[in-house]
Design a protein around this ligand. Structure first.
Ligand SMILES: [Fe+2]
Ligand SMILES: [Fe+2]
Length: 229
């Protein structure tokens, strides 16, 4: 009889419990549910789940080890706090140090843990000056950053931004437009060809979104741009 726990479930439980507690700390308010207080929005979980989904898309396309990259995606931010009160960011190292304990007693292939930890330790930063290696580490970077560009990223940004400061449409527009420059840097840095193509498509989408928001929020509303034949 196999008594080992499924590793994906163990990763999800670990991420959910840490990030729910951290989001409740940060928002300082929660919703009462049958399972206890729940945060208004758990940005960390939603961002991570978007990255996990991307690993299942990207890895088969480039021939990367999905066990390694998906596991690294689940756990890459598992010790990251929303605005760390100690103001030092060691979340990649802290997450890497937690991997073995989270996967203990699961069916994850233990010989792959060093590759998971390597990917996690190299996932930070919004720009790369050279391609990451090995392929699994490169894929985690691409999936993590791709999840910050696109339709879901706009929802995540809109939902979490009110936790950091009072927010209104004008401020969302200002911050969102400033993010476009960083997003361009991300797309230029992708390690893999599928991520570069998907990133370019998503970048066009968020540029169009903020251009439309700018148009709607100007007074009087700007005319419709000319559509070329
Ligand atoms: Fe991170
Ligand atoms: Fe992340």
């Amino acid at each position: 009889m196999n008594l080992l726990k499924p590793w994906r479930q163990a990763c999800e439980v670990a991420l959910r419990s840490y990030s729910d507690a951290d989001a409740l700390r940060f928002w300082r308010v929660g919703h009462d549910t049958a399972e206890g207080p729940k945060p208004v929005f758990n940005y960390r979980f939603e961002h991570t789940f978007a990255a996990v989904k991307l690993t299942r898309w990207l890895c088969p396309l480039v021939g990367a080890d999905l066990d390694v990259v998906e596991c690294a995606a689940w756990l890459h931010d598992v010790r990251k706090r929303l605005k760390d009160p100690e103001n030092k960011d060691t979340h990649a190292q802290d997450a890497s140090a937690a991997v073995a304990e989270i996967l203990a007693g699961t069916d994850f292939p233990m010989e792959k843990i060093p590759a998971v930890r390597h990917a996690i330790e190299h996932h930070v930063g919004l720009r790369l000056t050279k391609r990451l290696e090995p392929l699994e580490t490169a894929c985690l970077w691409d999936c993590d950053k791709l999840s910050k560009v696109g339709a879901a990223s706009l929802i995540h940004f809109g939902c979490v931004s009110g936790a950091f400061q009072p927010i209104d449409t004008e401020e969302i527009l200002r911050r969102g437009t400033a993010w476009l420059t960083l997003a361009e840097g991300i797309v230029a840095s992708f390690n893999t060809e599928p991520a570069r193509r998907e990133g370019a498509r998503r970048l066009d989408f968020i540029k169009a979104h903020y251009a439309q928001l700018q148009r709607e929020w100007s007074e009087p509303m700007e005319p419709m741009p000319e559509v070329s034949e």
